[in-house]
Design a protein around this ligand. Structure first.
Ligand SMILES: Nc1ncnc2c1ncn2[C@@H]1O[C@H](COP(=O)(O)OP(=O)(O)OP(=O)(O)O)[C@@H](O)[C@H]1O
Ligand SMILES: [Mg+2]
Length: 258
């Protein structure tokens, strides 16, 4: 990995303690590059979602900084950031149709109706849901709902897309298909993706680089998958990924210079 490629997201020394002295993050620093598919891998409770929420502006850290595209975003509200978070549990608006869900972010940003129509239709084609625009949320399958959630986040063209265990609810076949789709989206959009999973197989299949989070700390070198501790809460951690390690996976995260 070339040393001085541009870092789009610079995370410096982030700490977050929740009431009850729960230390969710204990001084995490990380650089993520423009156009990179970066995966945060870690067991349940290790602080992955907390880190994504801080990147999206939904949580404020106790200390540390988030710099995006050279600007200090640590205390900037979510709607002023060029990030979009797709939640662990897809949170579509249940009373809206699929297309109203996707259109929503453009509406609140004051985009005109013609432009909205064009971008929404483009997104439906992109996620292979063309023709299902008028469906109500409950008339969609789990996989289709997840794709609507992805379309809704992507339509506003954020610089950084934050994806929190977005494939967890899908069955194995759909999950594999969506892994390929997501990677294709990312490749075509040339956006930066920060993807969270506790499945090492998923991390290995999808990522340019992987950072391993454990007990609120980013490990300086990722643990090889063989010695990755099995999480009781995660059957996917037991998946044997030995045959699916693509050559692009680099077993090192560069510790950011300061
Ligand atoms: N709003 C909150 N208030 C109190 N504690 C919280 C809050 N959010 C997270 N925590 C705690 O912080 C720790 C890290 O939580 P986080 O959601 O970041 O973990 P995670 O790595 O995303 O886990 P999972 O894989 O289960 O989603 C946990 O102990 C959790 O209970
Ligand atoms: Mg989580």
């Amino acid at each position: 990995m070339e040393p001085d490629q541009e870092s789009l997201v610079r995370i410096r020394n982030l700490s977050k303690t929740f009431p009850g002295d729960v230390k969710a993050l204990k001084g995490i620093s990380l650089d993520v590059r423009q156009g990179e598919f970066f995966t945060l891998l870690g067991p349940s409770g290790s602080g992955k979602s907390t880190l994504l929420k801080i990147l999206a502006g939904l949580e404020t850290p106790d200390s540390g900084e988030v710099i995006i595209a050279g600007k200090d975003m640590t205390r900037v509200p979510p709607y002023r950031r060029n990030t979009s978070l797709i939640f662990q549990e897809y949170a579509l608006f249940p009373h809206m149709t699929a297309e109203e869900n996707v259109e929503y972010g453009l509406k609140v940003r004051g985009i005109g109706s013609e432009e909205r129509r064009r971008r929404v239709d483009e997104m439906f084609r992109f996620v292979n849901l063309d023709g299902k625009q008028k469906r109500r949320v409950w008339e969609l399958s789990g996989g289709e709902r997840q794709r609507v959630a992805i379309a809704r986040s992507m339509v506003i063209a954020p610089e950084v897309l934050l994806l929190d265990e977005v494939l967890n609810t899908l069955d194995e076949k759909l999950r594999k298909e969506m892994q390929i789709e997501l990677r294709r989206f990312q490749h075509e959009l040339k956006k930066t993706f920060i993807f969270v999973t506790h499945s090492q197989e998923e991390a290995l299949t999808m990522s340019d680089r992987i950072g391993v989070v454990n007990f609120g700390v980013l490990e300086p070198r990722p643990t090889p998958w063989r010695s990755w501790p099995e999480s009781k809460s995660s059957s996917s951690c037991r998946t044997n990924a030995s045959n699916s390690v693509p050559p692009r996976v680099k077993w090192r995260i560069d510790s950011p210079e300061r």
